[in-house]
Design a binder for this molecule. Structure first.
Ligand code: ACO
Length: 475
Protein backbone atom coordinates (compact mmCIF):
# COMPACT_ATOMS: atom_id res chain seq x y z
CA UNK A 1 0.00 0.00 0.00
CA UNK A 2 2.75 2.43 1.05
CA UNK A 3 4.71 1.36 -2.04
CA UNK A 4 1.70 2.15 -4.24
CA UNK A 5 1.47 5.64 -2.71
CA UNK A 6 5.17 6.22 -3.29
CA UNK A 7 4.95 5.09 -6.89
CA UNK A 8 1.92 7.30 -7.47
CA UNK A 9 3.74 10.31 -6.00
CA UNK A 10 6.86 9.69 -8.07
CA UNK A 11 4.75 9.25 -11.20
CA UNK A 12 3.11 12.53 -10.40
CA UNK A 13 6.49 14.28 -10.28
CA UNK A 14 7.33 12.80 -13.66
CA UNK A 15 3.98 13.88 -15.10
CA UNK A 16 4.35 17.40 -13.76
CA UNK A 17 7.73 17.64 -15.51
CA UNK A 18 6.42 16.17 -18.77
CA UNK A 19 3.51 18.60 -18.69
CA UNK A 20 5.96 21.46 -18.20
CA UNK A 21 7.82 20.16 -21.25
CA UNK A 22 4.62 20.04 -23.29
CA UNK A 23 3.78 23.61 -22.28
CA UNK A 24 7.26 24.75 -23.27
CA UNK A 25 6.94 22.99 -26.64
CA UNK A 26 3.57 24.67 -27.26
CA UNK A 27 4.89 28.11 -26.40
CA UNK A 28 8.26 28.02 -28.12
CA UNK A 29 10.30 25.92 -30.49
CA UNK A 30 13.85 25.13 -29.44
CA UNK A 31 15.52 25.76 -32.75
CA UNK A 32 19.20 26.38 -31.88
CA UNK A 33 20.85 29.73 -32.54
CA UNK A 34 23.23 29.01 -35.46
CA UNK A 35 25.85 31.53 -34.32
CA UNK A 36 26.14 29.76 -30.96
CA UNK A 37 26.01 26.17 -32.14
CA UNK A 38 28.41 25.98 -35.05
CA UNK A 39 32.15 25.58 -34.85
CA UNK A 40 34.27 28.70 -34.99
CA UNK A 41 37.62 29.53 -36.49
CA UNK A 42 39.92 31.18 -33.98
CA UNK A 43 40.37 34.09 -33.64
CA UNK A 44 36.62 34.64 -33.61
CA UNK A 45 34.77 37.86 -34.34
CA UNK A 46 32.05 38.81 -31.89
CA UNK A 47 30.47 41.86 -30.33
CA UNK A 48 31.53 42.20 -26.73
CA UNK A 49 29.73 44.23 -24.09
CA UNK A 50 30.93 45.26 -20.64
CA UNK A 51 31.45 42.32 -18.33
CA UNK A 52 32.44 40.28 -21.41
CA UNK A 53 28.77 40.06 -22.41
CA UNK A 54 28.57 38.34 -25.79
CA UNK A 55 32.24 37.29 -25.80
CA UNK A 56 33.01 33.83 -27.14
CA UNK A 57 35.71 32.41 -24.91
CA UNK A 58 35.69 28.68 -25.70
CA UNK A 59 34.00 25.85 -27.55
CA UNK A 60 32.21 23.24 -25.49
CA UNK A 61 30.28 20.01 -25.89
CA UNK A 62 28.92 20.07 -22.36
CA UNK A 63 25.83 22.20 -22.42
CA UNK A 64 23.90 24.82 -24.33
CA UNK A 65 21.56 27.51 -23.05
CA UNK A 66 19.26 28.81 -25.73
CA UNK A 67 18.34 32.14 -24.24
CA UNK A 68 16.19 33.25 -27.15
CA UNK A 69 13.93 30.21 -27.07
CA UNK A 70 14.30 29.29 -23.41
CA UNK A 71 15.78 25.83 -23.66
CA UNK A 72 18.61 24.08 -21.87
CA UNK A 73 20.59 21.08 -23.06
CA UNK A 74 23.24 18.95 -21.34
CA UNK A 75 25.35 16.94 -23.81
CA UNK A 76 22.52 16.97 -26.35
CA UNK A 77 19.77 15.95 -23.90
CA UNK A 78 16.91 18.29 -23.12
CA UNK A 79 16.67 19.35 -19.47
CA UNK A 80 13.00 18.32 -19.28
CA UNK A 81 13.86 14.76 -20.33
CA UNK A 82 16.73 14.54 -17.86
CA UNK A 83 14.51 15.80 -15.03
CA UNK A 84 11.73 13.36 -15.93
CA UNK A 85 13.84 10.26 -16.52
CA UNK A 86 17.37 10.68 -15.14
CA UNK A 87 19.00 11.04 -11.73
CA UNK A 88 21.63 13.49 -10.52
CA UNK A 89 24.23 10.72 -10.46
CA UNK A 90 23.47 9.76 -14.06
CA UNK A 91 23.39 13.39 -15.16
CA UNK A 92 26.76 14.01 -13.48
CA UNK A 93 28.20 11.01 -15.32
CA UNK A 94 26.79 12.39 -18.55
CA UNK A 95 28.29 15.83 -17.96
CA UNK A 96 31.70 14.49 -16.96
CA UNK A 97 32.03 11.63 -19.45
CA UNK A 98 30.03 12.89 -22.39
CA UNK A 99 27.59 9.98 -22.66
CA UNK A 100 24.94 8.20 -20.64
CA UNK A 101 26.34 5.30 -18.61
CA UNK A 102 25.38 1.65 -18.99
CA UNK A 103 23.53 0.18 -16.01
CA UNK A 104 26.69 -1.37 -14.55
CA UNK A 105 28.68 1.84 -15.08
CA UNK A 106 25.95 3.81 -13.35
CA UNK A 107 25.78 1.38 -10.45
CA UNK A 108 29.52 1.54 -9.80
CA UNK A 109 29.64 5.32 -10.36
CA UNK A 110 26.82 5.85 -7.86
CA UNK A 111 28.39 3.50 -5.31
CA UNK A 112 31.73 5.25 -5.70
CA UNK A 113 30.16 8.70 -5.18
CA UNK A 114 28.49 7.41 -2.03
CA UNK A 115 31.90 6.38 -0.72
CA UNK A 116 33.23 9.81 -1.64
CA UNK A 117 30.65 11.32 0.69
CA UNK A 118 32.54 9.85 3.62
CA UNK A 119 34.93 12.67 4.51
CA UNK A 120 35.46 12.41 8.28
CA UNK A 121 38.82 14.15 8.26
CA UNK A 122 37.61 17.09 6.23
CA UNK A 123 34.60 17.42 8.51
CA UNK A 124 36.82 17.22 11.55
CA UNK A 125 38.97 20.02 10.21
CA UNK A 126 35.87 22.01 9.29
CA UNK A 127 34.59 21.80 12.84
CA UNK A 128 37.69 23.53 14.09
CA UNK A 129 36.34 26.71 12.49
CA UNK A 130 33.33 28.69 13.77
CA UNK A 131 31.14 27.30 10.99
CA UNK A 132 27.91 28.26 12.75
CA UNK A 133 28.95 31.91 12.62
CA UNK A 134 30.07 31.89 9.01
CA UNK A 135 28.07 32.55 5.89
CA UNK A 136 27.23 29.05 4.67
CA UNK A 137 28.81 29.76 1.29
CA UNK A 138 31.98 30.93 3.04
CA UNK A 139 32.01 27.71 5.05
CA UNK A 140 31.41 25.67 1.89
CA UNK A 141 34.32 27.35 0.20
CA UNK A 142 36.46 26.63 3.23
CA UNK A 143 35.29 23.02 3.07
CA UNK A 144 36.54 22.58 -0.49
CA UNK A 145 39.86 24.01 0.55
CA UNK A 146 40.05 21.55 3.43
CA UNK A 147 39.22 18.70 1.05
CA UNK A 148 42.13 19.88 -1.02
CA UNK A 149 44.45 19.60 1.97
CA UNK A 150 43.22 16.08 2.57
CA UNK A 151 43.12 14.87 -0.98
CA UNK A 152 46.12 16.43 -2.63
CA UNK A 153 49.72 16.62 -1.54
CA UNK A 154 50.59 19.86 -3.20
CA UNK A 155 51.33 21.56 0.09
CA UNK A 156 53.39 18.68 1.40
CA UNK A 157 56.83 20.16 1.05
CA UNK A 158 56.12 23.33 2.97
CA UNK A 159 54.24 21.39 5.59
CA UNK A 160 56.71 18.63 6.29
CA UNK A 161 59.36 21.02 7.52
CA UNK A 162 57.08 21.88 10.39
CA UNK A 163 55.62 18.49 11.17
CA UNK A 164 59.15 17.24 11.75
CA UNK A 165 59.28 19.59 14.72
CA UNK A 166 55.74 19.03 15.87
CA UNK A 167 54.97 18.46 19.50
CA UNK A 168 53.91 14.98 20.46
CA UNK A 169 50.33 15.12 21.56
CA UNK A 170 47.16 13.25 20.91
CA UNK A 171 43.87 14.96 20.32
CA UNK A 172 42.82 14.82 23.97
CA UNK A 173 46.05 16.01 25.45
CA UNK A 174 47.02 18.96 23.32
CA UNK A 175 48.60 21.37 25.77
CA UNK A 176 46.68 24.56 26.31
CA UNK A 177 49.84 26.50 25.68
CA UNK A 178 53.13 25.64 24.12
CA UNK A 179 56.28 27.42 25.16
CA UNK A 180 57.31 30.11 22.69
CA UNK A 181 60.25 28.88 20.68
CA UNK A 182 60.60 31.79 18.33
CA UNK A 183 59.46 29.69 15.38
CA UNK A 184 56.25 28.22 13.98
CA UNK A 185 56.72 24.79 15.46
CA UNK A 186 53.57 23.98 17.33
CA UNK A 187 51.80 21.64 15.03
CA UNK A 188 49.32 19.19 16.50
CA UNK A 189 50.45 15.69 15.83
CA UNK A 190 47.16 14.51 14.39
CA UNK A 191 47.67 16.91 11.53
CA UNK A 192 50.79 14.97 10.64
CA UNK A 193 48.75 11.88 9.86
CA UNK A 194 46.52 13.84 7.58
CA UNK A 195 49.20 15.50 5.56
CA UNK A 196 52.05 13.07 5.36
CA UNK A 197 52.16 11.64 1.88
CA UNK A 198 52.12 7.83 1.92
CA UNK A 199 55.05 6.18 0.18
CA UNK A 200 52.70 4.69 -2.34
CA UNK A 201 50.28 7.55 -2.80
CA UNK A 202 47.92 6.75 -5.65
CA UNK A 203 48.59 8.88 -8.70
CA UNK A 204 45.19 10.52 -8.56
CA UNK A 205 45.98 11.99 -5.15
CA UNK A 206 49.04 13.68 -6.52
CA UNK A 207 47.59 14.98 -9.74
CA UNK A 208 44.58 16.88 -8.53
CA UNK A 209 43.45 17.65 -12.06
CA UNK A 210 42.53 14.02 -12.42
CA UNK A 211 38.91 13.02 -12.78
CA UNK A 212 39.18 11.36 -9.36
CA UNK A 213 39.32 14.82 -7.79
CA UNK A 214 36.06 15.66 -9.54
CA UNK A 215 34.50 12.60 -7.91
CA UNK A 216 35.94 13.61 -4.54
CA UNK A 217 34.31 17.00 -4.95
CA UNK A 218 30.98 15.69 -6.24
CA UNK A 219 30.52 13.45 -3.22
CA UNK A 220 32.42 15.50 -0.67
CA UNK A 221 30.69 18.82 -1.26
CA UNK A 222 27.32 17.15 -0.54
CA UNK A 223 28.63 16.13 2.89
CA UNK A 224 30.27 19.48 3.58
CA UNK A 225 27.09 21.37 2.66
CA UNK A 226 24.95 19.13 4.85
CA UNK A 227 27.45 19.37 7.73
CA UNK A 228 27.32 23.16 7.57
CA UNK A 229 23.54 23.09 7.92
CA UNK A 230 23.78 20.57 10.73
CA UNK A 231 26.36 22.54 12.69
CA UNK A 232 24.27 25.68 12.32
CA UNK A 233 21.47 23.83 14.09
CA UNK A 234 23.82 22.87 16.91
CA UNK A 235 24.21 19.23 15.86
CA UNK A 236 27.20 17.19 14.82
CA UNK A 237 27.59 16.07 11.18
CA UNK A 238 26.15 12.72 10.17
CA UNK A 239 27.58 10.02 7.97
CA UNK A 240 25.76 9.22 4.72
CA UNK A 241 23.44 6.23 4.44
CA UNK A 242 24.53 3.65 1.85
CA UNK A 243 21.09 3.18 0.29
CA UNK A 244 20.27 6.83 -0.40
CA UNK A 245 21.19 8.88 -3.46
CA UNK A 246 23.34 12.01 -3.20
CA UNK A 247 20.17 14.11 -3.04
CA UNK A 248 18.57 11.84 -0.46
CA UNK A 249 21.74 11.81 1.59
CA UNK A 250 21.98 15.58 1.46
CA UNK A 251 18.52 15.78 3.04
CA UNK A 252 19.28 13.01 5.53
CA UNK A 253 22.65 14.43 6.63
CA UNK A 254 21.10 17.89 6.94
CA UNK A 255 17.95 17.06 8.87
CA UNK A 256 18.82 13.79 10.59
CA UNK A 257 15.59 12.36 9.16
CA UNK A 258 15.37 9.90 6.32
CA UNK A 259 13.66 11.79 3.49
CA UNK A 260 10.50 10.40 1.95
CA UNK A 261 10.99 9.04 -1.58
CA UNK A 262 9.05 12.07 -2.83
CA UNK A 263 11.36 14.53 -1.05
CA UNK A 264 14.41 12.63 -2.30
CA UNK A 265 13.12 12.70 -5.87
CA UNK A 266 12.25 16.38 -5.81
CA UNK A 267 15.66 17.27 -4.41
CA UNK A 268 17.21 15.05 -7.09
CA UNK A 269 15.34 17.02 -9.77
CA UNK A 270 16.58 20.26 -8.21
CA UNK A 271 20.15 18.93 -8.37
CA UNK A 272 19.70 18.00 -12.06
CA UNK A 273 18.27 21.42 -12.87
CA UNK A 274 21.21 23.23 -11.30
CA UNK A 275 24.00 20.98 -12.55
CA UNK A 276 25.20 23.12 -15.45
CA UNK A 277 24.36 26.38 -17.15
CA UNK A 278 26.74 27.64 -19.78
CA UNK A 279 29.55 30.09 -19.12
CA UNK A 280 27.84 31.85 -16.23
CA UNK A 281 29.86 33.90 -13.72
CA UNK A 282 30.70 31.03 -11.36
CA UNK A 283 31.59 28.59 -14.14
CA UNK A 284 33.73 31.23 -15.74
CA UNK A 285 35.39 31.93 -12.37
CA UNK A 286 36.22 28.22 -12.00
CA UNK A 287 37.58 28.04 -15.52
CA UNK A 288 39.70 31.17 -15.10
CA UNK A 289 41.30 29.75 -11.96
CA UNK A 290 41.83 26.34 -13.54
CA UNK A 291 43.37 27.93 -16.63
CA UNK A 292 46.33 29.11 -14.56
CA UNK A 293 46.98 25.40 -13.83
CA UNK A 294 45.98 25.97 -10.27
CA UNK A 295 44.11 22.88 -9.06
CA UNK A 296 40.48 21.87 -9.28
CA UNK A 297 39.78 22.33 -5.56
CA UNK A 298 40.82 25.98 -5.87
CA UNK A 299 38.83 26.25 -9.09
CA UNK A 300 35.64 24.91 -7.50
CA UNK A 301 36.22 27.12 -4.46
CA UNK A 302 36.24 30.13 -6.80
CA UNK A 303 33.00 28.96 -8.38
CA UNK A 304 31.46 28.83 -4.92
CA UNK A 305 32.69 32.34 -4.15
CA UNK A 306 31.22 33.70 -7.38
CA UNK A 307 27.93 31.89 -6.86
CA UNK A 308 27.42 33.40 -3.43
CA UNK A 309 26.46 36.84 -4.75
CA UNK A 310 22.80 37.96 -4.86
CA UNK A 311 22.98 38.65 -8.60
CA UNK A 312 23.82 34.99 -9.16
CA UNK A 313 23.01 32.03 -6.89
CA UNK A 314 22.03 34.07 -3.87
CA UNK A 315 18.79 35.33 -5.41
CA UNK A 316 16.47 32.56 -4.14
CA UNK A 317 17.05 33.65 -0.55
CA UNK A 318 15.96 37.15 -1.52
CA UNK A 319 12.94 35.72 -3.32
CA UNK A 320 11.61 34.02 -0.19
CA UNK A 321 12.35 37.12 1.89
CA UNK A 322 10.52 39.25 -0.67
CA UNK A 323 7.50 36.94 -0.72
CA UNK A 324 7.38 37.08 3.07
CA UNK A 325 7.73 40.84 2.95
CA UNK A 326 4.77 41.04 0.52
CA UNK A 327 2.79 38.80 2.88
CA UNK A 328 -0.16 37.70 0.74
CA UNK A 329 -1.27 37.50 -2.85
CA UNK A 330 -3.61 40.48 -2.64
CA UNK A 331 -0.74 42.76 -1.57
CA UNK A 332 1.35 41.97 -4.64
CA UNK A 333 0.13 44.74 -6.94
CA UNK A 334 0.72 47.52 -4.39
CA UNK A 335 4.11 46.07 -3.47
CA UNK A 336 5.13 45.86 -7.11
CA UNK A 337 4.10 49.47 -7.85
CA UNK A 338 6.27 50.64 -4.96
CA UNK A 339 9.20 48.43 -6.06
CA UNK A 340 8.87 49.86 -9.55
CA UNK A 341 8.80 53.43 -8.24
CA UNK A 342 11.89 52.67 -6.14
CA UNK A 343 13.56 51.19 -9.26
CA UNK A 344 14.01 47.97 -7.33
CA UNK A 345 14.69 44.80 -9.28
CA UNK A 346 12.40 41.96 -8.35
CA UNK A 347 14.49 39.01 -7.19
CA UNK A 348 13.97 35.82 -9.15
CA UNK A 349 13.18 37.63 -12.41
CA UNK A 350 15.32 38.43 -15.41
CA UNK A 351 18.39 36.78 -16.74
CA UNK A 352 21.46 37.80 -18.69
CA UNK A 353 20.95 35.03 -21.24
CA UNK A 354 17.27 34.05 -21.10
CA UNK A 355 15.04 36.49 -22.86
CA UNK A 356 12.32 33.84 -22.62
CA UNK A 357 10.84 31.78 -19.79
CA UNK A 358 13.65 29.91 -18.01
CA UNK A 359 12.97 26.17 -18.54
CA UNK A 360 14.20 25.44 -15.02
CA UNK A 361 11.50 27.71 -13.60
CA UNK A 362 8.98 25.86 -15.78
CA UNK A 363 9.85 22.70 -13.84
CA UNK A 364 10.26 24.25 -10.41
CA UNK A 365 7.01 26.26 -10.52
CA UNK A 366 4.72 23.22 -10.84
CA UNK A 367 6.83 21.26 -8.32
CA UNK A 368 6.46 24.12 -5.84
CA UNK A 369 2.72 24.09 -6.55
CA UNK A 370 2.56 20.34 -5.94
CA UNK A 371 4.29 20.75 -2.59
CA UNK A 372 2.18 23.78 -1.67
CA UNK A 373 -1.02 21.79 -2.20
CA UNK A 374 0.08 19.42 0.55
CA UNK A 375 1.44 22.03 2.91
CA UNK A 376 -0.80 24.78 4.34
CA UNK A 377 2.25 26.69 5.59
CA UNK A 378 3.66 26.96 2.06
CA UNK A 379 0.43 27.58 0.17
CA UNK A 380 0.18 31.35 0.85
CA UNK A 381 3.83 31.79 -0.15
CA UNK A 382 3.21 29.96 -3.41
CA UNK A 383 0.06 31.94 -4.14
CA UNK A 384 1.93 35.18 -3.52
CA UNK A 385 4.67 33.98 -5.87
CA UNK A 386 2.16 33.09 -8.57
CA UNK A 387 0.54 36.51 -8.31
CA UNK A 388 3.94 38.20 -8.41
CA UNK A 389 4.78 36.21 -11.53
CA UNK A 390 1.52 37.30 -13.21
CA UNK A 391 2.15 40.94 -12.28
CA UNK A 392 5.80 41.13 -13.32
CA UNK A 393 5.28 39.19 -16.56
CA UNK A 394 2.28 41.37 -17.48
CA UNK A 395 4.42 44.49 -16.96
CA UNK A 396 7.81 43.37 -18.22
CA UNK A 397 7.33 40.12 -20.16
CA UNK A 398 6.73 41.56 -23.60
CA UNK A 399 8.51 44.88 -23.18
CA UNK A 400 11.75 43.78 -21.51
CA UNK A 401 11.62 39.99 -21.86
CA UNK A 402 11.68 39.57 -18.09
CA UNK A 403 10.37 36.21 -16.81
CA UNK A 404 10.93 34.11 -13.69
CA UNK A 405 14.38 32.56 -13.49
CA UNK A 406 15.56 29.38 -11.75
CA UNK A 407 15.72 31.12 -8.39
CA UNK A 408 12.11 32.20 -8.34
CA UNK A 409 10.53 28.91 -7.26
CA UNK A 410 13.49 26.95 -5.91
CA UNK A 411 13.36 28.70 -2.53
CA UNK A 412 9.72 27.68 -2.07
CA UNK A 413 10.61 24.07 -2.84
CA UNK A 414 13.45 24.11 -0.29
CA UNK A 415 11.33 25.88 2.29
CA UNK A 416 8.65 23.23 1.99
CA UNK A 417 11.34 20.68 2.89
CA UNK A 418 12.11 22.64 6.04
CA UNK A 419 15.51 23.84 4.82
CA UNK A 420 16.81 27.04 6.36
CA UNK A 421 16.91 29.78 3.73
CA UNK A 422 20.53 30.60 4.47
CA UNK A 423 21.45 27.23 2.99
CA UNK A 424 19.71 27.62 -0.36
CA UNK A 425 22.75 28.81 -2.25
CA UNK A 426 24.81 25.93 -0.92
CA UNK A 427 22.31 23.50 -2.50
CA UNK A 428 22.85 25.28 -5.80
CA UNK A 429 26.59 24.89 -5.35
CA UNK A 430 26.38 21.18 -4.48
CA UNK A 431 24.75 20.43 -7.82
CA UNK A 432 26.77 22.92 -9.86
CA UNK A 433 29.97 21.10 -8.86
CA UNK A 434 29.07 18.67 -11.67
CA UNK A 435 29.03 21.39 -14.33
CA UNK A 436 32.02 23.25 -12.94
CA UNK A 437 34.12 20.08 -12.92
CA UNK A 438 32.99 19.00 -16.40
CA UNK A 439 33.77 22.39 -17.91
CA UNK A 440 37.10 22.75 -16.15
CA UNK A 441 38.17 19.28 -17.31
CA UNK A 442 37.08 20.00 -20.85
CA UNK A 443 38.82 23.36 -20.94
CA UNK A 444 42.07 21.95 -19.56
CA UNK A 445 42.31 19.59 -22.53
CA UNK A 446 43.21 22.58 -24.70
CA UNK A 447 44.06 25.02 -22.01
CA UNK A 448 44.83 28.64 -22.70
CA UNK A 449 45.15 30.97 -19.74
CA UNK A 450 42.36 33.56 -19.71
CA UNK A 451 43.63 37.05 -20.27
CA UNK A 452 41.13 39.66 -21.47
CA UNK A 453 42.14 43.29 -21.48
CA UNK A 454 40.58 46.45 -20.11
CA UNK A 455 40.50 49.81 -21.88
CA UNK A 456 42.44 52.31 -19.82
CA UNK A 457 40.49 55.54 -19.47
CA UNK A 458 42.53 57.17 -16.71
CA UNK A 459 44.89 60.09 -17.15
CA UNK A 460 48.29 59.83 -18.79
CA UNK A 461 51.59 61.64 -18.22
CA UNK A 462 50.90 62.69 -14.61
CA UNK A 463 53.93 64.25 -12.95
CA UNK A 464 54.83 62.69 -9.58
CA UNK A 465 54.59 65.31 -6.80
CA UNK A 466 56.63 64.57 -3.64
CA UNK A 467 54.52 64.08 -0.52
CA UNK A 468 55.67 67.31 1.22
CA UNK A 469 54.73 69.38 -1.84
CA UNK A 470 51.19 68.06 -2.17
CA UNK A 471 48.08 69.97 -1.12
CA UNK A 472 47.62 68.90 2.53
CA UNK A 473 43.82 68.81 2.13
CA UNK A 474 44.25 66.10 -0.51
CA UNK A 475 42.09 67.92 -3.06
N1 ACO B 1 13.06 43.23 -11.98
C1 ACO B 1 12.71 44.33 -12.66
N2 ACO B 1 13.35 44.78 -13.75
C2 ACO B 1 14.38 44.06 -14.18
C3 ACO B 1 14.80 42.89 -13.54
C4 ACO B 1 14.10 42.48 -12.40
N3 ACO B 1 14.45 41.39 -11.73
N4 ACO B 1 15.87 42.39 -14.18
C5 ACO B 1 16.12 43.21 -15.19
N5 ACO B 1 15.23 44.24 -15.19
C6 ACO B 1 15.16 45.34 -16.14
C7 ACO B 1 16.29 46.32 -15.82
O1 ACO B 1 15.87 47.32 -14.91
C8 ACO B 1 16.61 46.87 -17.17
O2 ACO B 1 15.65 47.86 -17.49
P1 ACO B 1 16.08 49.18 -18.30
O3 ACO B 1 16.51 48.67 -19.65
O4 ACO B 1 14.86 50.02 -18.32
O5 ACO B 1 17.21 49.78 -17.52
C9 ACO B 1 16.38 45.69 -18.12
O6 ACO B 1 15.46 44.84 -17.43
C10 ACO B 1 17.65 44.92 -18.40
O7 ACO B 1 18.22 44.57 -17.14
P2 ACO B 1 19.76 44.34 -16.87
O8 ACO B 1 20.02 44.51 -15.41
O9 ACO B 1 20.57 45.15 -17.83
O10 ACO B 1 19.89 42.83 -17.25
P3 ACO B 1 21.13 41.97 -16.96
O11 ACO B 1 21.17 40.97 -18.02
O12 ACO B 1 22.34 42.78 -16.77
O13 ACO B 1 20.84 41.34 -15.52
C11 ACO B 1 20.16 39.97 -13.80
C12 ACO B 1 20.43 40.06 -15.29
C13 ACO B 1 21.41 40.40 -13.02
C14 ACO B 1 19.87 38.52 -13.45
C15 ACO B 1 18.98 40.86 -13.45
O14 ACO B 1 17.86 40.48 -14.19
C16 ACO B 1 18.67 40.86 -11.97
O15 ACO B 1 19.30 41.60 -11.20
N6 ACO B 1 17.67 40.03 -11.52
C17 ACO B 1 17.33 39.92 -10.12
C18 ACO B 1 18.34 39.04 -9.38
C19 ACO B 1 18.20 37.56 -9.77
O16 ACO B 1 17.11 37.02 -9.84
N7 ACO B 1 19.35 36.91 -9.98
C20 ACO B 1 19.39 35.46 -10.31
C21 ACO B 1 19.73 35.28 -11.74
S1 ACO B 1 19.66 33.59 -12.17
C22 ACO B 1 21.11 32.96 -11.64
O17 ACO B 1 22.13 33.59 -11.60
C23 ACO B 1 21.10 31.63 -11.16
Amino acid sequence: MAQDTTKAELDRVKNVILQAKEKACRETDNEPEPELTSRVEWPVQCTVGPGLEGAIAAETKIGYVNGTKGSLIYRGYDIFDLCAHSTFEETSYLLLHGRLPSSSELASFSAMLRRKMLIPRTQRLLLSFPVEEMLPMAALRLGTNLMRQKQTFRDKDTFLAETADSIAADEDSIPMETPPTGGKKSVFEFIKHIFTKPETAPAHLISSEEIESCYNLLGGVVSVAAAIGRVRQGHIPLEPLPDLSLAGNYLYMLTGRRPTPLQERIMDVCFILHADHGMNASTFASMVVASTLSDIYFAIGSGIAALSGPLHGGANVEVVQTLEEIGEAKSVKAWYQKAKADKRKVPGFGHRVYKAYDPRARVLGPLAEMLAEEDPAIKPLFETAKELERTVVAELGESKRIFPNVDFYSGIVYKSMGIDEHLYTTIFAVSRVAGWCARVMEYLEQNRIFRPRAIYTGTLHEEYVPLDQRDPTGT
